[in-house]
Design a protein around this ligand. Structure first.
Ligand SMILES: [Zn+2]
Ligand SMILES: [Zn+2]
Length: 144
């Protein structure tokens, strides 16, 4: 499959439906950041377990947690429903720790580094049809 890299300005894509590897929804409407439901995960840090809420706008590095992670700490994230780890085999190219992934319903996913202060992240969109249908229509229109 060919990969196309897109530059996405922070805050332009809202994650409407993030899921764990077992397909549990991580969306939480009881908590709002930027006026929108958050992505909620379980977090483990130095033997403590807590909850972590992420701003669901892609590229906005805002979160709230009942733990107190310091700059440089690496958090472990889990699904709050089934307890599955969200980490993936791929490592952050900057910190060499395992990234974590949030799955999107169309087969895409968001990967990010769990080290506090690292902003390495990426968005993979698998189903481009919906996103680019309009663009193609425009291209095919006969020139006047
Ligand atoms: Zn789950
Ligand atoms: Zn990193």
């Amino acid at each position: 499959m060919e990969q196309i890299v897109l530059k996405v300005p922070p805050g332009k894509i809202f994650i409407k439906d993030g899921r764990c590897p077992n397909n549990c929804s991580l969306m939480n409407k009881d908590k709002l950041l930027s006026g929108k439901p958050v992505v909620t995960t379980l977090v483990r840090l130095k033997g403590d377990t807590g909850t972590m809420h992420f701003n669901a706008f892609y590229g906005i590095f805002e979160y709230e947690t009942d733990l107190d992670p310091q700059q440089g700490d690496v958090v472990d994230l889990y699904c709050p429903h089934c307890g599955t780890a969200l980490s993936v085999p791929e490592k952050c190219t900057m910190c060499h720790v395992h990234m974590f992934a949030i799955h999107l319903p169309d087969g895409g996913e968001i990967r990010a580094c769990p080290k506090v202060g690292c902003r390495n992240h990426q968005l993979t969109i698998v189903d481009l049809d919906a996103q680019f249908a309009e663009f193609y229509n425009e291209e095919r229109r006969p020139k006047m």
